[in-house]
Design a protein around this ligand. Structure first.
Ligand code: GDP
Length: 326
């Protein structure tokens, strides 16, 4: 039986990946900082999950977790993931996002060199770039978060040159009902669900023009696993190739609201339920991101299964069920 250690197992990607690996017969070890019972998405799989306590900032805790799991594969998905927070706590962002990987790679190199490592790299490393982005696109990040992800990505590369099997998955934005509530898609789907139930509290957003290549996290974790099964380690871009604006997301969710709730609770215009506070406009805002995932398609046979419309509807349905207390 293969063993996998997942850092960030209680997050969106970690929980989908844990489910996927359990289905495939893995013994799954999940690194958590807090009681896993509080992680809603883990409840269903907790009886089958091996829980280990630890923190990417604490080398000793990682060493203990690593010894227990003795993993064939490590998925480093934990991190400080929110761009605005990275301006508030840049050093901590580095300690977790870069130092964490450094601690893991040092452990692998010293104790079990055949362990394969997946590093959660990010499209935020790219910064502003017009057009589709592939593995060769130049990387010029615009936030401490983006710089931290780039540093970790390069660290993975130098350890790969020293002979370890390490890959960086350059994942574009990926969402789901489990997305953190601070991210724009989930922020929107939560407020939309409350509108459908008659709560008229307005949604405050920052920038409706920003565009992202939004895919479904449940599809993306399959690519992570596939990357670690290759004969040779290499980096991959993962995304759908299509970008939408925040405004498109709002329009799409209003259509879904019309299908799921009473017409009286569906706003007719964006202005009716959304207010824009341009003073919150981000420093170094990334205006558009689109992935060219052809290498992943060729080498991994990977393709996204869920499209934008389905993703929006799935998020609304889930938040609606939660708002109804189901
Ligand atoms: P990111 O791409 O990792 O930064 O993911 P986010 O979901 O945080 O942001 C995606 C885009 O939505 C960015 O361009 C944000 O500036 C934009 N956006 C507009 N309004 C909001 C908001 O209220 N919250 C967040 N998180 N993002 C917003």
């Amino acid at each position: 039986m293969k063993s996998a250690l997942i850092t960030g197992v209680s997050g969106q990607d970690g929980s989908y990946l844990a489910e996927y690996l359990l289905e495939r017969g893995y013994q799954v070890w999940g690194l958590v900082r807090r009681e896993p019972e509080s992680a809603r998405w883990l409840r269903a799989i907790l009886p089958r999950l091996e829980v280990v306590y630890g923190d990417l900032r604490d080398a000793e805790s990682l060493a203990v977790a690593f010894q227990k799991a003795w993993p064939d594969e490590v998925y480093n998905l934990a991190g400080q993931v929110f761009v605005p927070t990275s301006w508030e706590v840049p050093a901590e962002t580095f300690d977790i996002n870069v130092g964490g990987l450094a601690r893991l790679l040092q452990l692998v190199e010293r104790t079990k060199r055949d362990t394969r490592v997946y590093q959660a790299s990010s499209s935020e490393m790219i910064g502003n770039w017009d057009g589709l982005c592939d593995e060769q696109t130049r990387l010029r990040p615009t936030s401490p978060y983006g710089v931290s992800k780039l540093a970790a990505h390069r660290l993975a590369e130098v350890y790969r040159q020293r002979g370890l099997f390490v890959v960086g998955g350059i994942l574009f934005n990926h969402e789901s009902p489990r997305r953190g509530p601070e991210m724009v898609t989930r922020k929107i789907s939560r407020v939309a669900s409350r509108w459908l139930l008659g709560d008229r509290t307005k949604l405050a957003l920052e920038n409706l023009q920003a565009r992202r290549d939004w895919g479904f996290a449940g599809d993306y974790i399959k690519a992570m696993h596939a990357m670690l099964q290759l004969a040779e380690p290499q980096d991959f871009v993962i995304g759908t190739g299509v970008s939408h604006s925040v405004s498109d997301f709002l329009t799409e969710i209003m259509a879904a609201m019309g299908e799921l709730g009473p017409a009286a609770n569906v706003p007719r215009t964006v202005e009716e339920w959304v207010e824009v506070n341009p003073q919150f406009l981000r420093t170094g805002e990334i205006h558009d991101l689109r992935a060219d995932a052809r290498r992943a398609q060729r080498a991994l046979g990977w393709q996204p299964a869920v499209d934008f419309k389905q993703l929006v509807r799935m998020m609304l349905e889930s938040d609606l069920a939660a708002a109804r207390g189901k």
